[in-house]
Ligand binder design. Structure first.
Ligand code: ZN
Length: 325
């Protein structure tokens, strides 16, 4: 399954795996995510299997997620229940490594502990390094009977063709306005409408408003600074992926406003965007936006993340200097 960040891909994968292993599954009529037609079921949440999954101890469920993502996804795993080694100060890995894949392959060829199906969830699929991906090709091509793989990525272009060709691809649909609003209101955001605009309803992200507050402050700072590079403080610049995403959204809105269209990401900032749109020229703005698009494909691997995002902000501000004196 592939699609943008915030569409709920992890949730869909995990729900499908739970439905596969649940021993008293409910009919799909009550399933909100209609994307898993061939699962067609929803976990009951109460049976022995569901209780084991909730505790992170179901022996027939394998979750392969980089350590660094576990807290964000709220995953309960057996490992995280153990007492951490006191001296272990290593940063959590952002990759799915070969050791994890070897463990998966061994687990895949063992028998089911509870006598039913087995499910492996791998997310994000593009976090798998080349040797790890190669190590699982054979198992993916000829999985033991009763084993289901649920895999997801936000960057299908980064998944190896050899892996891709062994998968059935599904595109995660973008939630509608009502669904996004329901989710945001359940998290008690006071500015749910603005957040829904900012993320175009992709509200499943852990912090869907990430970057929005900064973007608004920065717009105000640039407007009040009249194109000065030093005027107005917008607060700390977010790290690379978030900074690029925020600047992309602002740039799109600026280009739209220049063309006489309404902004889509920040409709409430129409006045500030309109003011800035008159200060920037079309071509440099478009060039900057294209540069951001290229950068976004490598945004997770910058050598100096903070430095790089600061310099992008400087570039952004320079867009509005050309007509200032
Ligand atoms: Zn159940």
């Amino acid at each position: 399954m592939h699609g943008a960040v915030g569409l709920g891909i992890w949730e869909a994968l995990y729900d499908a795996a739970r439905a596969t292993l649940c021993e008293a599954p409910l009919a799909a009529a009550s399933l909100q995510l209609g994307v898993w037609q061939d699962v067609g079921l929803k976990a009951c949440g109460h049976c022995a299997a569901c209780r084991l999954m909730a505790a992170g101890t179901h022996p027939d469920l394998m979750l392969l997620v980089p350590d660094a993502l576990l807290p964000e996804l709220g995953v309960n795993t057996q490992e995280s229940n153990e007492v951490p080694v006191a001296s272990e100060k290593r940063a959590p890995s952002k990759e799915i490594g070969i050791d994890a894949i070897r463990g998966l392959v061994e687990w895949a060829h063992g028998t089911s502990h509870r006598g039913g199906s087995k499910a492996a969830v791998i997310y994000p699929l593009d976090a798998m390094a080349l040797p790890a991906a190669n190590a699982m090709l054979k198992t993916l091509e000829e999985p033991p009977p009763g084993l289901y793989f649920y895999m997801g990525t936000h960057r299908l272009d980064r998944v190896l063709p050899t892996i891709r060709s062994r998968c059935r691809l599904m595109t995660m649909p973008r939630p509608g306005r009502a669904e996004a609003m329901q989710l945001l209101q359940s998290r008690e955001y006071s500015n749910a409408e603005e957040i829904a605009d900012w993320c175009r309803n992709a509200a499943h992200d852990i912090e869907p408003q990430r970057g929005m507050e900064w973007a608004r402050k920065m717009l105000a700072a640039v407007v009040s600074g009249q194109g000065s590079l030093t005027g107005g403080e917008a607060g700390q610049v977010p790290a690379m992926p978030a900074a690029i995403a925020a600047l992309q959204k602002i740039s799109v809105d600026l280009m739209r406003v220049r063309l006489g269209l309404d902004p889509v990401y920040m409709p409430s900032e129409k006045a500030a965007l309109g003011r800035l749109a008159t200060m920037a020229e079309a071509r440099p703005l478009q060039d900057f936006w294209q540069r951001l698009a290229r950068l976004s494909s490598t945004a997770n691997f910058p050598l100096h993340a903070a430095l790089a995002s600061e310099s992008l902000v400087l570039e952004f501000k320079q867009l509005f200097m050309r007509r200032a004196h």
